[in-house]
Write a new protein. Sequence first.
Lengths: 253, 495
Amino acid sequence: MTPLNLTTAIFLFFTYAVGVIFIIGVVLRIYQYAATPQPVKIPLTPAPLTKGGAFARILGEVFFFKSLFKSNKPTWVFGYLFHISFFILIFLHFLRHFIYSNPLPWWYSIFVNIGIICGIVMVLSLFLLLMRRVVVERVKFISLFQDYLILILLMLIGLAGLSLNYVLTPAALTVVDNQLDPYMNGLLTFQFTNIPSNPLFLIHYTLVMLLILYIPFSKVMHFVGIFFSPTRIMADNPEEERYYKPNAKDLSI
Amino acid sequence: MAKSKDKYKVPVLDGKISIPRIVPGAFAYEHMIEAQKDDMEALDFPAKLQDGWKEKAIGVFKEILDHNKAVRDYMDICVRCGACTDKCQFFLGTADPNNMPVQRQELMRKVYRYYFTPAGFFKNLSNSQELTEEVLKDWYTYFWQCSECRRCSLYCPYGIDTAEITMAARQIMDSIGIGQKYTTEIIHKVFKIGNNIGIPPAALRNTLDDLEEEINEETGKDVKIPMDVEGAEVLLVPPSADFFAMPHMESLKGYAKVFHKSGISYTVSSYASEAGNFGKFIGSYKNTKEINKRIWDEAKRLKVKRVVIGECGHAWRAAYNYSNTMNGPFNFLDSRYKQPAHICDFTLGLVKDGVIKLDPSANDDKVVTFHDSCNVARGSRMGDVPGGQLTIPRELIKAAANHFVELREGTTKENTYCCGGGGGLLTEEVMNVRIAGAMPRMQTVKEAVDNHKVNYYALICAICKTQFTKIFPLYGFDAEMVGGIHQLVSNAIIM
């Protein structure tokens, strides 16, 4: 086993710190949302009459952005393209880890090309979302620093990822790939190996870590919050089933 | 001081609902009259701003975050996608960016960031803001230009409900002594006299006698409107405007005729003579509960079997959604019926069962359209299926009148625009806000009048009725067009 270099040591520390902060941060948020009582029923009607129906309503929002579709078609298209391509990319990154072998399966280049297409779609849709914030007067007015920050961070992640495929020679990319698998395994099994030293890769990796670190403190928490949104998750049955939360103080409704 | 009519800013109608270019601060000058000392104290709030208000306000904010899931969740998860920015009638009417739902929320969210999140450390960069008197002034201006109609929540990908945030802001302001005269005065009146308008029992009886006489003159029938009768089958709780205001009283006559013909014994109450619940408008659980409790105390005292609520939007939302939570369970009432039930549901049931008969040709002089009231359409249900609150009133109108047309698609049912006077805005000093907020709806009314010769604007909300009676003439429509569904029923019922 080769001894670890300093870069790897720094990145290992960074990665674990980010992981711990992310997990604690998200779990705390989930706990906070789950534990806070909702004083009265406030489903936005017409609403499903059962808990199952209300959950299906949430899934409609999560998978199809139904309310956004009703309110703004361009935002829906750009937002949907971004979310879909982003999730496919996350999935492909995990999947790659399992199919990257020697020799490579014959369809590996197709697999990589799907990833590249998703990457391009993601960066383009992010660019369009950014343009919305700059061009549409109302959206520009409401946009805050953190709204631009997250879009630019995600775009940079996408661009850095794509550059690995376009800037590096196939041979250089293979070197990265060959180092990446044992490094990732090492993170889970604590059998550490050196992180790929290619600077483009390290930029991509660092930006991803920054994103994960930022998530618990940012509006990205909408992916958790939507499951607790009372206007959508509550069933419309206040007369049929008494709703009462003793820990909801006599304060605000 | 009341403004004269020519000082009002009334937009010219062109039938279009267009998105205005933003004009920052366009309606910053509109202010509510501050609450009076005895009203605030009657509601358990300090009379005015006192030393240490900032700590108190942040303390109440923290309490709300810890005890209100909606506010807790909604403070965090807005992504500022902008889907809501063109959905609020007050933004469409005023062009003031602080009336875009997301920006209204931002008034509170920036304070939330400052005190409750790490982003507060970055102050200007993250748009975090200390709670200053300047910020409070914005709160008082713009959280009193929201009618809590929840149209924005319908279009929000996360269902973020500005009404909940407005309520929380008003609760925080009340708790440090910054109240609004109109709502606090009315709640005080309910506690003291029993209803929003402040009609004492003897005067109420007189009014009811007059109405009985009117019905007798019109129909020749001896229709009674009983008050405080123990052992009646139904306790009828209308909004107090139904006893007193026009065109509301015409609907009360309709209820009376329905009960008379169906033979179901009923009573109104001088103690619970108000279905409305302004406690909800100021986001106060305690006051909402106290107001709501009067209905159920009275139901118990009068030994009725069921409770029916009259034509009133927010009253129905409060009665339907909050009653069971705040003052239930109602095992002393007849469990075969919905408790409470909406008068439209009640009447339509009787029509369908053939207990009462309507002759729709009695309303043949009318072309009727229906305005869905926000609190009914987006906040509550009638009947047994989702959306019953949208179909039941329409079915009842169609049973009572032959000519019915819908308002423009996309502005009805759950997509309805607020009348512009809900949520505690129905007061003279913000007349320009009310006029501006009604603008999108007025555009569709113009279309309905021009294209379909609509001459009857059916409503099931006391606030809508008052608002439109006032607003219609300003926009050049006849105030006589405005009326309740039970006014149609009153005309059509075969006595």
